[in-house]
Design a protein around this ligand. Sequence first.
Ligand SMILES: Nc1ncnc2c1ncn2[C@@H]1O[C@H](COP(=O)(O)OP(=O)(O)OP(=O)(O)O)[C@@H](O)[C@H]1O
Length: 259
Amino acid sequence: MSVVLRLAGFSVARAAHRIVRDLDARIEGPGLVAVCGPNGAGKSTLLAALAGHLPHRGSALLDGRAPESGDLAYLPQATRVGAGLTVLETVLLGRIDHLRWTVRPGDIRAAVEALQVLHLAHLAERRLDRLSGGQQQLVFVAQRLVRRPRLLLLDEPTSALDLNRQMILLEELQAYLLARNAIAVVALHDLSLAARFAATVLLMKAGRLVSCGSPAGVLTRETIEVVYGIRAELLTASSGQTVVVPLGPIRGTGREAPA
Ligand SMILES: Nc1ncnc2c1ncn2[C@@H]1O[C@H](COP(=O)(O)OP(=O)(O)OP(=O)(O)O)[C@@H](O)[C@H]1O
């Protein structure tokens, strides 16, 4: 089984400026697609437009057709906490498809399962607004997973997570994607995480796609230098994983300004 996300001439403008420019890519899943690039490269803009929150030119097709709202789940970078809801109620909200909604036993089961997958079941009855930032971030991912989307769009979902929870989230996400034949497009700043968990890396700079392909093909010293304006070393850990070590900014070569 495979699933294909195809971008053709995908462009997005904001306030009359072209922010994402003519992206062409064919991404075969299931698996995680890491969108990497410096601040301002256009990662969030790309995800918001893929989610239908911003107008775009060109096309983004999932298995040959425009994704419908039932196919999609989008988690923006800054997600606000609803006042007074418990963790379980928050995740249940992810199941709302219609305005007239009744909670079925299947909804509760699915919400509890999503919490268990992300090791959050013990927090089910706690108020969301009294949890830590990282705990809230994981609850919002669970809320998106419970929709069982075929295209997940997650904007820096690991930004508030400790090392342990980063691993849990990305491992469980990979398992979900394989089980559901789904694709997750995930904005990530940590290139070592991208190298470890992504099937495909989209590397962006100033709204353009610099490179798209396997982590080993995309995350090279040369591309990192060009895109981020830093010298970097790529090491292989004893586990076989690639680790990207930033050594320092490049000065005096015209490559200092990353975005
Ligand atoms: N609402 C907006 N109106 C106009 N321009 C915007 C708006 N939001 C973002 N931009 C511009 O779009 C460009 C890309 O921003 P975007 O947030 O997509 O980048 P990013 O790669 O996600 O950055 P970061 O890593 O900092 O989150 C930036 O130059 C930014 O100033």
